[in-house]
Design a binder for this molecule. Structure first.
Ligand SMILES: [Zn+2]
Length: 385
C-alpha cells in the first residue's frame, strides 16, 4: 500500500514536470513560427514564384514487318507468341513514358488467312507482344495498310481496341477518324499523334472510305497540326515516306519535315526506307525547334541484309514549364541501335552483340553511331536498359 502511494506520487510529479516542459516547449516554437512567417512573407515579396517544370520521355521504334519466316518461328501449339523477340529490348521500351511503333503489316488475324510479302496479313499476337513490351500507340498508315482490304484493317482495329492499344493513321469510320489521338501523362503533359503515308502500293482507297488510310496531303497535314496544337501540348507527326533502302533522306522527306516544323510540330518520326537515316534538328518558320528522325529502319522484320536488319529505339525528353510563361521543350535525343539476327528474330541491342551473332559487331556499331549522329553530334547512345 505504501509502495503504491509512493508510485502514485512519483507519477504526479512526473506529469507535472512533463506538462511544464510541454508548455515551455510549445511556447518556443510559437515564437519561432511567428518570426518564420514574417521571413516567409518577406521572401515571397522579394522573389517571383518559382516556375514548375515537368519532364517525360518518349520512345519510338520503326517497322514491325512480319514476313512468314518470322511468324512461322513464333508459332506455338495454341497460336503465336512474338514476345520472346522483344525480350532483350522490353526494359527500355517499358521505361519510357510513351512508346510508339510503326505496325507496318495489318494484324488481320488468322481467320482471314495469314500472308507475307507482297500482300501482308499478320497474327493478332503481334499486337499482344507489342503491348507486353510497353508500346502504347501504333501507326497503321503505310504502303501496306490496304494489302488485304478493309476486313484486315477492321479486324486489326478491333484487336487494338480489345487490348487497349491506341492506333493512328487508319480508322474504322469517319467518327473514329475525327477523334484526336492524345496521350495524357501523369506529369500533366499531353502528346498528340498524327500519321500519314505517301501511298498504298497502287491499291486504290475504297470509294467514300478515306478514313481507312491517311494519305500525305500538305494542306491536310498543315491544318491538322494547327488543330491538334490547340488541344495538346506536344504534336508528334509520323510519316511513312522516303525511298526504300536509301540511308539518307530524300528531298521530299526534307520538304515534308520542314512543313511539319513550320506548322509547329515538335517531333517527326519517319519510316519506310527499312534502313536507318540520320536525326536532325529542324527550325520552323517561327524559330521553333523540332526533332526529325527521318527513318527508324526495321525494328522486327524478315528482311535480309545488314542495314535492313538494323533498327533501333529512338528516345527524347519533353519538358513543360508550367506557369505564366508556359512552354514546351524537346531535348536530350538518345538512340539504342538494334540488330535482328536472321532466322532467330530476337531484337538485340547492338552494344550487346557478339562477333558470333554479327561478325565485326563493334565496327558496325561504331559506323551506325556515326551515321545517326552526323547532324546531331550530341546524340547520346544508350547502353543501359
Ligand atoms: Zn513501307
Amino acid at each position: 500500500m505504501k509502495n503504491k502511494l509512493i508510485l502514485l506520487l512519483i507519477c504526479f510529479v512526473l506529469i507535472g514536470i512533463g506538462t511544464a516542459c510541454g508548455n515551455e516547449a510549445k511556447n518556443k516554437p510559437d515564437q519561432m513560427s511567428a518570426s518564420n512567417h514574417d521571413m516567409k512573407t518577406l521572401a515571397i515579396k522579394e522573389k517571383p514564384p518559382a516556375e514548375r517544370k515537368k519532364t517525360i520521355s518518349l520512345a519510338a521504334i520503326g517497322d514491325i514487318l512480319i514476313h512468314d519466316r518470322v511468324y512461322n518461328v513464333a508459332k506455338t501449339k495454341e497460336g503465336y507468341d512474338f514476345k520472346p523477340f522483344f525480350k532483350k529490348v522490353k526494359p527500355t521500351l517499358q521505361a519510357a513514358d510513351i512508346t510508339f511503333a510503326n505496325q507496318e503489316t495489318m494484324i488481320g488475324g488468322e481467320e482471314i488467312g495469314l500472308s507475307s510479302y507482297p500482300s501482308f496479313n499478320s497474327p493478332y499476337e503481334v499486337g499482344d507482344a507489342l503491348k507486353d513490351a510497353g508500346v502504347q500507340i501504333v501507326s497503321m498508315a503505310n504502303n501496306h495498310t490496304l494489302d488485304r482490304g478493309e476486313m484486315a484493317i477492321q479486324n486489326a482495329i478491333h484487336h487494338w481496341e480489345n487490348i487497349d492499344m491506341k492506333y493512328v493513321g487508319s480508322y474504322k469510320d469517319d467518327l473514329d477518324r475525327s477523334e484526336l489521338r492524345v496521350i495524357e501523362t501523369d506529369a500533366g503533359i499531353s502528346v498528340a499523334f498524327l500519321a500519314y503515308t505517301y501511298g498504298t502500293n497502287g491499291i486504290p482507297v475504297p470509294e467514300g472510305k478515306d478514313f481507312l488510310v491517311n494519305l500525305i496531303d500538305e494542306d491536310k497535314i498543315a491544318s491538322e497540326i494547327e488543330l491538334v496544337k490547340e488541344q495538346a501540348d506536344v504534336v508528334v507527326v509520323s510519316y511513312h515516306f522516303g525511298n526504300e533502302y536509301e540511308r539518307m533522306p530524300s528531298e521530299e522527306q526534307k520538304y515534308l519535315v520542314q512543313l511539319a516544323a513550320d506548322h509547329g510540330a515538335h517531333l517527326v518520326i519517319g519510316h519506310h526506307p527499312h534502313v536507318l537515316q540520320p536525326i536532325e534538328w529542324i527550325e520552323g518558320k517561327n524559330g521553333n525547334h523540332m526533332l526529325a528522325v527521318y527513318s527508324l529502319g526495321n525494328f522486327l522484320s524478315g528482311q535480309d541484309g545488314l542495314y535492313k536488319q538494323i533498327g533501333g529505339i529512338f528516345e527524347c525528353e519533353i519538358s513543360k514549364t508550367f506557369g505564366e510563361n508556359e512552354r514546351i521543350e524537346i531535348h536530350s535525343p538518345k538512340f539504342m541501335p538494334t540488330y535482328v539476327p536472321y532466322g532467330e528474330w530476337i531484337v538485340t541491342p547492338m552494344h550487346e552483340l557478339t562477333d558470333d551473332e554479327l561478325p565485326n559487331a563493334d565496327t558496325h556499331y561504331k559506323e551506325i553511331k556515326q551515321h545517326l549522329s552526323q547532324y546531331v553530334p550530341e546524340l547520346e547512345f544508350k547502353e543501359e536498359q
